[in-house]
Design a protein around this ligand. Structure first.
Ligand code: DAK
Length: 270
């Protein structure tokens, strides 16, 4: 690989993400940029990630993509304020899954550089990436149960594959968080580094992969995913139907409204 230090850094700012096409030689960076909302994933932000990944996948000057947030939060989940009032049919019509599926189809490797909260959809976005570098402060979790719903973007499937049934069951049913150290011991993340180094470490890993054959990397990623995802499609389908169903419940409205009103939810089971 030739190191092209004279090349101008290409930065593109969208409303909710910042993109640097050549953050390092052949390495692009996507930074989630809704810091006040802890990078909550609203529909537009997810659309910006989808469209950017599609462009980067077609750009020969990019071989690896790093996705990050900031020190406090990778992403604290899908935007509860945007989802709270939705019915099951609204959710079905919005069809956010096509966006998540498009992200999942990216051919180039994606590394998540995670610090702080990676919760709900944030944890699912990190797990949709191919590798995760975590800072010591990273906290992973699927707390949807606390707001009357359940993971909807692969959490029940990918967490179970990564952690095994018992631990995944505990996390999804209690909403408890997993520390970076525990996430690493279970194999959910590649490694944990001090907070000031997590992005650099992600770039270091990206550079190593970017020096390999882009064709070999693409085909190897596809092959590993074939092994990993053989039963995933069926599992995702099942999870999606159940996720929509939670939006037919009063508990989902109560849970999300309680979050917005900063009070404890009173779940009735209907
Ligand atoms: N949505 C909207 N706003 C959020 C948010 C979220 N997920 N997380 C945090 N915020 C906002 C807070 O409301 C607050 O806003 P203001 O009150 O200042 O206006 C601001 O960010 C700072 O948060 P806190 O004041 O709460 O900060 P703390 O340090 O006290 O607490 C926390 C941090 C991360 C523990 C807390 O914010 C929290 O519990 N957040 C919610 C975590 C959560 O429940 N996440 C799961 C959301 S449900 C799907 C794809 C994905 C999904 C579903 C479907 N399809 C493809 C269909 C995913 C669903 C989810 O992720």
């Amino acid at each position: 690989m030739t190191i092209r230090s004279s090349i101008k850094v290409q930065k593109i700012n969208m409303e909710f993400i910042k993109v640097t096409e050549n953050a390092r030689p052949y390495v692009a960076l996507i930074q989630l940029n809704r810091p006040k909302e802890l990078n909550a994933l609203n529909l537009q932000l997810m659309g910006e990630i989808r469209d950017t990944l599609k462009k980067l996948d077609e750009n020969d000057e990019v071989r690896v993509v790093v996705i990050t947030g900031n020190e406090r939060a990778f992403a604290a989940g899908a935007d509860i304020k945007q989802m709270a009032g939705k019915t099951a049919i609204d959710m079905l019509n919005i069809d956010q899954f096509s966006t998540w599926d498009q992200i999942r189809k990216t051919k180039k490797p994606i590394i998540a550089a995670v610090s702080g909260f990676a919760l709900g959809g944030g944890c699912e976005l990190a797990m949709t990436c191919d590798m995760i570098i975590a800072s010591e402060t990273a906290k992973f979790g699927q707390p949807e149960i606390k707001i009357g719903t359940m993971p909807g973007a692969g959490g029940t499937q990918r967490l179970t594959k990564a952690l095994g049934k018992a631990k995944a069951m505990e996390l999804v049913l209690t909403g408890d968080f997993l520390s970076a150290e525990d996430a690493c011991s279970y194999g959910l993340v590649n490694r944990v580094v001090p907070v000031e180094l997590y992005l650099e470490e992600a770039f270091r890993l990206a550079a190593k992969i970017a020096a390999m054959s882009p064709v070999g990397v693409k085909l190897a990623k596809e092959s590993i995913n074939r092994s990993y995802e053989t039963h995933l499609d069926e599992g995702l389908h099942f999870e999606r139907k159940n996720f929509y169903l939670t939006f037919a419940s009063e508990d989902q409205k109560e849970g999300m409204n309680a979050f917005i009103e900063k009070r404890r939810p009173d779940f009735k089971g209907n």
